[in-house]
Design a protein around this ligand. Structure first.
Ligand code: NAP
Length: 262
């Protein structure tokens, strides 16, 4: 005869795996949804606090820096975090390195969930740049009309190339002092579609696009629009973070989180 002793079984069940999800990109919101629906996982999302109205999350949210590697280590210990997922934007390099170093020091497993980067297609006119300073130089000496989609924090790099007109697209308003002299700002958050990107580029007589190689679908339309209009694209290469396994699929991140749980 089998006797089902539920309270005893419950005492034997493993506690949920506690996950710190470093967010700030679309992938993080999608993964948060999956973690919230999984009883073997308990998660908290961490955001830097760069946007004044962060999008709703399916998990509890904490906002603001930890205070470097030491602060992050303290948080991981205090909150008894078992696993960390870096699902930040691929260009958030400092925090990615902090997370790697804190996890390495504490022996906490970490995985990076990141969209695959874009690769040039036939018809693309790409000029690769290592960073924003190089991108500003790559625009060249003659004045151009530039669509600048690299976010507000890198804008001071373009002050050194004041001969160009810049159409700046950002989510939050840039500081006046960071702007090059000839520019117009539009505040918008993606996703964008190819037709509207082409319309915008035509309206402003754009002849060069500057973008980070962010990857993913939601902001790819500008690359396609530039290809169709025959416009040069200065594309900024991703920072490389050594020593952390990278996956592109939510399923792989879930498998990592559920490994060893029952
Ligand atoms: P970053 O340069 O790598 O990080 C700068 C500092 O911000 C970090 O040292 C950390 O402060 C804090 N921080 C960053 N991400 C955090 C997080 N998820 N939770 C708590 N603190 C965080 O980062 P960034 O490039 O400024 O990006 C900031 C956030 O915006 C990221 O979460 C990223 O996903 C998102 N984002 C970035 C880009 C981009 O192009 N860089 C684009 C879209 C979205 P402490 O050292 O004090 O812990």
């Amino acid at each position: 005869m089998t006797v089902h002793d539920k309270p005893f079984a419950a005492r034997l069940a493993k506690p949920a795996t506690r996950v710190l999800l470093l967010g700030g990109a679309l992938e993080a919101r999608r993964l948060a949804e999956r973690i919230a629906a999984e009883r073997r996982l308990e998660g908290v999302v961490s955001l830097a606090g760069r946007t004044s109205a962060p999008m709703a999350q399916d998990l509890p949210l904490r906002v603001g820096g930890f205070g470097g590697v030491e602060g992050l280590m303290r948080y991981i210990k205090e909150e008894r975090i078992d696993k960390v997922i870096d699902a930040m934007h691929p260009f958030a390099a400092r925090m990615a390195e902090n997370a790697r170093d804190a996890c390495r020091a504490l022996g906490v497993p970490i995985l990076k969930l990141s969209r695959a980067q874009w690769t040039p297609q036939s018809g693309d006119r790409w000029i690769e740049a290592a960073d924003q300073a190089e991108a500003a130089m790559a625009l060249g000496a003659p004045p151009r009309r530039v669509f600048l989609t690299t976010g507000r924090l890198g804008l001071p790099n373009y002050i050194s190339a004041p001969q160009h007109f810049y159409l700046v697209r950002a989510i939050e308003p840039p500081a006046e002092r960071d702007l090059p002299p000839h520019c117009e700002t539009i505040l918008e958050r993606g996703p964008f579609d190819c037709e509207s990107e082409m319309k915008l580029m035509r309206l402003h007589k754009i002849d060069a696009l500057v973008t980070k190689n962010s990857g993913g679908d939601s902001t790819y339309a500008k690359i396609e629009a530039a290809r169709r209009l025959g416009i040069d694209v200065v594309i900024i290469a991703r920072p490389h973070i050594d020593g952390v396994r990278v996956v592109h699929e939510i399923e792989c991140a879930m498998a990592f989180l559920l490994e060893g749980s029952s």
